[in-house]
Design a protein around this ligand. Structure first.
Ligand code: NAD
Ligand code: UFG
Length: 343
């Protein structure tokens, strides 16, 4: 019998892509999402791609009563926990909302999972927990650093909380996945990243310039100590990232206890590398202007992902060209994201 996974935040960018990979790997799932940063349309589209309906509850994971009811109705084998607020800048102006949503949400979720006898959890963490990394490429042994914003603090603190929970009760299997920079979209062009308002992150900004929604890209600084002066990141195709969660489930099934993995490609590309690759692959110009550095940014951040390969057999398959191709394929077919529902 196939296993059932609770996917919190499953209507969001990474969650929606993960549903497809779960389906491909033979898992059943249910989705809980309050749609604070997503649309139901993403789930309709996933349902169309995988050819089956998706059990969905529009619920805030902080609602213990509702979560109790859902887990009573659907016993689950594991939970992949994406639900959270993620905008770094917004977290600085709305710290209470971020701490409440991300911390309390996780507390309520974990309590409800425990109550219902499910002690298997995959948590969406971030390379942001390394702060300004002490070593490059970053291994999981790299000491955690200073987080400069409430969003990053919630990820770092929740890692500690979940570690303590697993230590106190070794029946828990908890995988902390530290994502690097997810970009791109499902190759179908049906689902992708759909930010509200002005994008904070680089790739959705580039695609909105490409589609004519914004006149030019602002590049935050070209005086970093990198090969061309612009920031260097470990961009990873969102489908590869999604598959990393399926691999992490197999670790849980083997009884991994607490495990931490970087999910990145191990390759660092600069902002200008990404812009130039996007232009070349898609034959679309991306006008840009150099601006001041963005406060809180670091020069270079890329992973050593070999632990995930050695222990999970997971390795990113897609390169930066495919990331650019698929990001553009999504944006050009859906210039207004999910607003243009086609059914
Ligand atoms: P997203 O905003 O697209 O998805 C998060 C989903 O969670 C949204 O659908 C939102 O509506 C939902 N949600 C938020 N709070 C909720 C609540 N209280 N109850 C129910 N649903 C709630 O973001 P994403 O890019 O898919 O990120 C998924 C996870 O990965 C987040 O935890 C994020 O912090 C983490 N992460 C993302 C990145 C990135 O660059 N995208 C990098 C590192 C880590
Ligand atoms: N950048 C620009 N112009 C933009 C947006 C970004 O030049 O309009 C630059 C940034 O200065 C940085 C690079 O592009 O050098 C990447 O910036 P993003 O905002 O896309 O991503 P970050 O690396 O800053 O942060 C991302 C996620 C965080 C996460 C972090 C580490 O947004 O949630 O990766 O995983 F914590």
């Amino acid at each position: 019998m196939s296993k059932t996974i609770l996917v919190t935040g499953g209507a969001g960018y990474i969650g929606s892509h993960t549903l497809i990979e779960l389906h491909n790997a033979g898992y059943d799932f249910i989705v809980v999402d309050n749609l604070v940063n997503s649309q139901k349309e993403s789930l309709y589209r996933v349902a169309k791609i995988i050819g089956r309906n998706i059990p969905f509850y529009e619920v805030d994971i902080r609602d213990a009563v509702a979560m109790d009811e859902i887990l009573t109705l659907h016993p689950v084998d594991a939970c992949i926990h994406f639900a959270g607020l993620k905008a770094v800048g917004e977290s600085v102006s709305k710290p209470l909302e971020y701490y409440s949503n991300n911390m309390t949400g996780t507390f309520v979720l974990v309590e409800q999972l425990r109550k219902h006898g499910c002690k298997n959890l995959i948590f969406s963490s971030s390379a942001t927990v390394y702060g300004n990394p002490a070593q490059i490429p970053i291994t999981e042994n790299c000491p955690k650093g200073q987080c400069t914003n409430p969003y990053g603090q919630t990820k770092s603190m929740l890692e500690e909380v979940l570690t303590d929970i697993q230590k106190a009760d070794p029946q828990w299997n908890i995988v902390l996945l530290r994502y690097f920079n997810p970009i791109g979209a499902h190759p179908s062009g049906q689902i992708g990243e759909n930010p509200n308002g002005i994008p904070n992150n680089l790739m959705p900004y580039i695609t909105q310039v490409a589609v004519g929604k914004r006149p030019e890209l602002g590049i935050f600084g070209n005086d970093y100590d990198t090969h061309d002066g612009t920031g260097v990141r470990d961009f990873i195709h969102v489908v590869d990232l999604a598959r990393g969660h399926v691999s992490a489930l197999s670790a849980i099934e083997r009884g991994c206890g607490l495990a931490i993995y970087n999910l990145g490609t191990g390759q660092g590309y600069s902002v200008l590398d990404l812009v130039k690759t996007f232009e070349r692959v898609n034959r679309v110009p991306i006008p840009y202007r150099i601006l001041d550095r963005r406060p809180g940014d670091i020069a270079t951040c890329y992973s050593n992902p070999s632990k995930a390969f050695e222990e999970l057999g997971w390795k990113a398959q897609y390169g930066i060209e495919e990331m650019c191709r698929d990001a553009w394929n999504w944006q050009k077919n859906n210039p207004n994201g999910y607003e243009q529902a086609d059914y």
